[in-house]
Ligand binder design. Structure first.
Ligand code: GLP
Length: 253
């Protein structure tokens, strides 16, 4: 696991965009896993800016991490809508996403597992205040696969800003933790002091279902891009800074 501490969210976005661009350069048709939430927004803006300036990322195939149950694709609260507007259209990508309105949700999850079985090269991740990855709340099995989950009250409260005037859906579909860990490279972004506790638990705490992000410790290729406030509870922060400043020039993220 490589942890890179950067001054601010803009720099996190810039370095993350370099990682995505490198994937597009390296592979003719790489698969990029997209996260939602506020944290990756500066990254998606930076990628859209690069696309407007001629960087062609359209060879990448995009896959989604999770979705609310019961929201149609054109609902502004749905993650498909979020991804279409902010990433897929600006970059000209193809998107495979979960259908939260499927008649048979279990079958939809199985279908999605088959889509992902083709391989995800780079999975962008954020982390919830309670340590959730995707919508894998504390208590989720570390080997879980794509399935229906019930959101905790705290996560529904945290996501209420995206649903002005209506309730946050109670049920979701999400890649499981085991599914996420199948991606070749995980890129976790964390910004802001509010994430410091969850991030420290994920990176430095015990591997436990109580902290779904701690499952990242089991993956062979994880890059964590974090701003100063989010890094404030990392006991290894100085070691991460030391390692990064002495990183061999030939070694990419
Ligand atoms: C949601 C998403 C997660 C995301 C998390 C954090 O619950 N399902 O994928 O990482 O929110 O969101 P934010 O970046 O807005 O803090």
């Amino acid at each position: 696991m490589e942890v890179v501490i950067l001054p601010d969210p803009a720099e996190v976005a810039r370095v993350a965009a370099d990682v995505v661009s490198a994937l597009a350069q390296r592979t003719a048709r790489g698969t990029l896993g997209l996260a939602t939430g506020a944290t990756p927004l500066p990254l998606y803006e930076e990628l859209a800016r690069r696309a407007r300036h001629g960087r062609d990322l359209s060879g990448l195939r995009a896959v989604a991490l999770d979705e609310y149950v019961g929201l149609p694709a054109d609902d502004p609260g749905s993650y498909r809508h979020y991804l279409e507007q902010r990433v897929v259209r600006p970059l000209g990508l193809q998107l495979d996403a979960l259908d939260g309105c499927a008649g048979d949700l279990a079958q939809e999850c199985d279908r999605y597992e088959q889509v992902l079985a083709r391989g995800v090269d780079l999975q962008i991740l954020g982390i919830g205040l309670d340590g959730h990855l995707g919508f894998n709340e504390p208590g989720s099995s570390l080997r879980s696969r794509t399935r229906v989950k019930t959101l905790s009250t705290s996560t529904r409260t945290a996501n209420a800003a995206w649903f002005t005037g209506r309730e946050v859906p109670l049920h979701v579909l999400t890649q499981g933790i085991g599914t996420i860990l199948d991606a070749r490279h995980l890129l976790l972004l964390a910004t802001g002091a509010a994430k410091a506790r969850a991030l420290a638990a994920a990176l430095e705490g015990p591997v436990t279902t109580m902290s779904p992000g701690s499952a990242l410790q089991l993956h062979p290729h994880v890059t964590v891009l974090v701003d100063e406030p989010a890094s404030s509870r990392l006991s290894l922060a100085d070691q991460h800074r030391h390692a990064h400043s002495h990183k061999p020039s030939w070694q990419a993220l």
